[in-house]
Design a protein around this ligand. Structure first.
Ligand SMILES: Cc1cc2nc3c(=O)[nH]c(=O)nc-3n(C[C@H](O)[C@H](O)[C@H](O)COP(=O)(O)O)c2cc1C
Length: 238
């Protein structure tokens, strides 16, 4: 089984999203998966020109000459693709969005009508299912509503599914070195690792573990207080 991560955080390797991704991949590898962790911020990805050349002039091939064509091959050769991004303005980052807009050449221009909605027909026999990994600054799980909905809509376009969603609230806590917080974060990351292992072994993660992954790292009220104290201290130094 090949799992490829497309990470859209501008912080790349040093981001909170990657802390979760790395734990997940550790578990997946333990269970025998082959993995690749791609940081989109390190790639040259131009925006889609909307020219439709990839449909009517050079079918399947984008007219822009950058890193995306190589990423297409990796995308298609994967069994599962992890769409990883921090929550930015209630959605994925523009880095990941730019990449996802560029997968247009992977489908055909012609329409099909399935279950009351139109979509493009497939150009390839195999498309990877999705796994979503994200983290955000706010403490409520509801912050991920738009992102979760977006991934499901995107999956529909290639007739695949979002097989697993791992969303971490209070994500900035993942990088804080604090004697009381470190065991909490380590326990969380161990559970993410377990989820990676289970996913590869069983094709799913058990409900109990999924619920655990959603639990707050610290009480919400305490988090808001800590965040405000942090910013006030920073601003007082200006
Ligand atoms: C431009 C910008 C927009 C953001 N928008 C949101 C948001 O809508 N909701 C939220 O909870 N956090 C938001 N955040 C906070 C990030 O999700 C948070 O810092 C996260 O830990 C960053 O992950 P990373 O280290 O993987 O990049 C935003 C941060 C930035 C810089």
């Amino acid at each position: 089984m090949k799992i490829t991560v497309f990470n859209g955080s501008p912080r790349g390797k040093n981001g909170n999203t990657n802390r979760i991704v790395e734990a997940f991949l550790r578990g997946a590898e333990k269970a025998g998966a082959e993995t690749e962790n791609i940081f989109l911020v390190e790639k040259t990805i131009e925006h889609c020109l909307g020219c439709f050349n990839c449909w009517d002039t050079t079918p399947g091939k984008c007219s822009r000459n950058d890193d995306v064509e190589a990423l297409h091959s990796i995308f298609l050769a994967s069994d599962f693709v992890v769409l990883a991004s921090p929550l930015y303005t209630d959605n994925i980052t523009s880095i990941l969005k730019k990449f996802l807009e560029r997968i247009l050449p992977l489908v055909n221009p012609c329409f099909e009508y399935i279950n009351g909605e139109t979509r493009h027909t497939r150009r390839h026999d195999h498309y990877p299912d999705f796994i979503a990994i994200s983290n955000c600054g706010y403490p409520e799980y509801s912050q991920f509503q738009v992102m979760s909905h977006f991934f499901k809509r995107l999956a529909r376009e290639t007739n695949v599914a979002v097989k697993l969603e791992i969303y971490r609230t209070m994500g900035e806590l993942l990088k804080i070195k604090h004697i009381l917080l470190n065991p909490v974060v380590n326990r969380y990351l161990k559970n993410v690792e377990k989820a990676g292992e289970q996913f590869v072994q069983n094709g799913a993660v058990d409900e109990k573990l999924l619920e655990k992954l959603k639990e707050s790292l610290i009480p919400e009220k305490m988090y808001r207080k800590m965040a405000n104290a942090h910013w006030k201290k920073k601003l007082s130094r200006l």
